[in-house]
Design a protein. Structure first.
Length: 268
């Protein structure tokens, strides 16, 4: 019931902040923002009950995706502070609406009552870093579409509602820089606090995470040292995100849904 209510609230937010409602009814913005906040709060409550209320952590594939979607939707609500970002914010909030439906879906989940705070911090850092880098990847996709439309002289259509390309590129690199810091803390805290990677089915995840960390580090360095932007930067961002997605969700899906196994100690 709470999941359905959260989804409906997200949907109301998206509908009121896009299309005709946004232009014809001035009050729709305030109502839409309020609906988005309600949907996000209910989404967070569901995640708490399903994942965090356990003695340890129960984070299966569906709940992990829902957690990421919740953080992306939260960032979308922050973007709503500036009306110029409304088109982009609506897309991010809409992703949150799709993600809440996934809560609890997938394998049975895994909880370890003895999970200590260092590993919990590692898990939360992983989710936060993945969420920020997911936003960067989404912005990269939108920028690539905009660039292709402009180069081919095609109508931009719904892309008119997005911020200017320079603004979106700045947002993308901001998300990369903060996400890279979070990913650095997550990866190296995992290497310190997680024992016996092979027995816990974590070796492949660790290798892919380190590879994605190197890619995003290269992007941050290239932007700072050589002023990377445009298509070169977009290719690196999307390549790094694909590797990170394989590390976080590819191996998790294979283990939970195909092999009926879990990463050890409830690790996400």
């Amino acid at each position: 019931m709470i999941i359905a209510t959260s989804f409906i609230a997200y949907l109301v937010c998206v509908l009121l902040l896009s299309g005709r409602f946004a232009t014809q009814f001035p009050a729709s913005r305030a109502i839409g923002v309020a609906a988005g906040i309600i949907g996000w709060a209910l989404h967070g409550w569901v995640l708490y009950m399903v994942v965090l209320a356990m003695p340890g952590l129960a984070l299966n594939t569906g709940s992990a995706m829902s957690f990421v979607g919740w953080m992306i939707a939260g960032m979308g609500l922050v973007f709503l502070i500036r009306p110029a970002n409304q088109g982009l914010a609506v897309m991010l909030v809409g992703l949150g609406g799709l993600a809440v439906i996934l809560t609890g879906l997938g394998g049975p989940g895994y909880s370890n009552p003895g999970l200590g705070w260092p590993l919990k911090a590692h898990i939360l850092l992983s989710v936060a870093a993945y969420s920020l880098l997911s936003i960067a990847a989404a912005l990269a996709v939108l920028l690539a579409i905009q660039d292709n439309r402009l180069r081919s002289h095609k109508p931009v259509g719904w892309l008119r509602r997005l911020p200017a390309m320079d603004t979106m590129e700045g947002m993308m690199f901001g998300a990369i820089n903060i996400g890279f810091i979070g990913l650095t803390l997550a990866v190296f805290s995992g290497l310190i606090f997680v024992d016996n990677l092979f027995a816990q089915h974590l070796a492949h995840k660790t290798i892919l995470s380190l590879l994605s960390w190197a890619v995003f580090g290269t992007i941050a360095l290239g932007r700072w040292r050589f002023g990377w932007r445009g298509r070169t930067a977009l290719r690196w961002v999307l390549g790094g995100f694909v590797i990170l997605a394989l590390a976080y969700f590819g191996s998790k899906i294979v283990l939970e849904l195909l092999l009926d196994r879990h990463w050890g100690a409830g690790i996400f």
